[in-house]
Structures are given as C-alpha cells and as structure tokens.
Design a protein. Structure first.
Length: 206
C-alpha cells in the first residue's frame, strides 16, 4: 500500500473507494464468507418494505444495552449520514476511541471521528481553547464540507457552552464564518433508567 502524504489526506468517504482499499475489502469479504453483493442489495431493499416495517412495529419488548445507549454515539451516527461530514466530539480522547472502535466493528471498515482532547486542565477551566484549536486542525487537515460537534459527559458536567465556543472559534478564524458547524449537547447521564445507572456503578460504560 502506498505511503500516505500528510498533505493529501482524504475524507474516509472518498479514501475507501480507492482501488487498493476496494481490493482489501473484497479479500476480507471472501475470508469472512460474506454474502454476495446481490444478496446484500436484496436485503437492503427488503428493509425498506412494508413487511420489514410491520416486523419492527410488532415488537413488544426491547432491551437496551447501556454500553451502546450513548448520546454522543448516536449523534456521530447521525452526522456521518451527511456527505463529507466530520464528527467532532468535545470531550476526552478515551470516549472517542470507544466510538471509533464501536463503529469500526459495526461497519467493518475504519471510521473517522475527532476529539477536542480535553484533559484535567480543561475540566477545571473549560474546553474553549481545545475547541478553537481542534476545529482549526480538523478543518485544515481533513478539509470536510461540514464539522458536526457533540459533547461527552465531562464537557456537559462542567457546562461548556457549544454555541459560544463555536462562535468564538469562528471569530478566531479556526474555520470560516460561513462554514457549517452544527452542534448538539449530548449528556449520556440524562434520560437513563435506574437499572442503567446501577450497571454504570458496577463499571459499565454508558
């Protein structure tokens, strides 16, 4: 595989369409004994059918694994539905490492998401500087069409104001004033039933 040029880093939506990656995916699929492209297309069409809809609505009970019922995880999934959008998580690197590994296993291909890398000092003084530097680095390095921002529990506990931080980042020329940076406050400790909180006390991640 050719060595990547740091000045020619591409968004994952384009990167993995290159011939060398397509060959890797093809070999991986053969090794895993995956379904044919025709079968995949057939199932994809079925998931849009009325029969599939009725099967979903017929469910009477649902068990949610608290390790996956994570608000920023859902926000990231929503973000990547938009072309060339880079998910930006305002919080610690550890949380984002979990998100990337979870989606990499789910989609069976590398998944891109970045973090503002908040540490102990940001937890005390706020993460505005992390936001300003992080948006600038993300914009200049990955050149996305949009950066979608969400938060982890740490940023929510200390009350970081995303709207103000993004406005200040644009004022500092981290990204152009007209560049889209939608945001969502996603505190994972809000809205969970008591059994989920008890599992969290036992060491499970929300």
């Amino acid at each position: 595989m050719a060595q990547n040029n740091v000045n020619d880093i591409q968004d994952h939506a384009r990167l993995f369409h290159q011939d060398e990656y397509q060959e890797l995916f093809k070999a991986k699929k053969e090794f895993e004994g995956g379904h044919s492209s025709e079968k995949v297309a057939e199932i994809a069409d079925w998931t849009k059918s009325w029969e599939y809809r009725e099967k979903n609505f017929a469910r009477e009970a649902l068990t949610v694994n608290p390790a996956k019922a994570c608000q920023p995880l859902g926000a990231i999934l929503a973000a990547v539905g938009f072309e060339a959008t880079l998910p930006f998580v305002h919080g610690s690197q550890g949380c984002v490492a979990y998100f990337r590994s979870h989606f990499t296993r789910h989609f069976k291909e590398p998944f891109s998401a970045v973090s503002s890398s908040m540490t102990e000092d940001a937890a005390v003084f706020g993460g505005q500087l992390n936001m300003i530097e992080g948006l600038a680095t993300s914009y200049n390095l990955y050149k996305p069409k949009m950066i979608a921002v969400c938060t982890t529990c740490m940023a929510e506990v200390i009350g970081d104001d995303l709207q103000a931080f993004i406005s200040n980042a644009k004022a500092a020329n981290s990204v152009p004033q007209t560049f889209p940076v939608p945001y969502a406050h996603t505190p994972s400790f809000v809205g969970f039933p008591h059994h989920g909180l008890r599992q969290h006390d036992q060491g499970y991640s929300l």
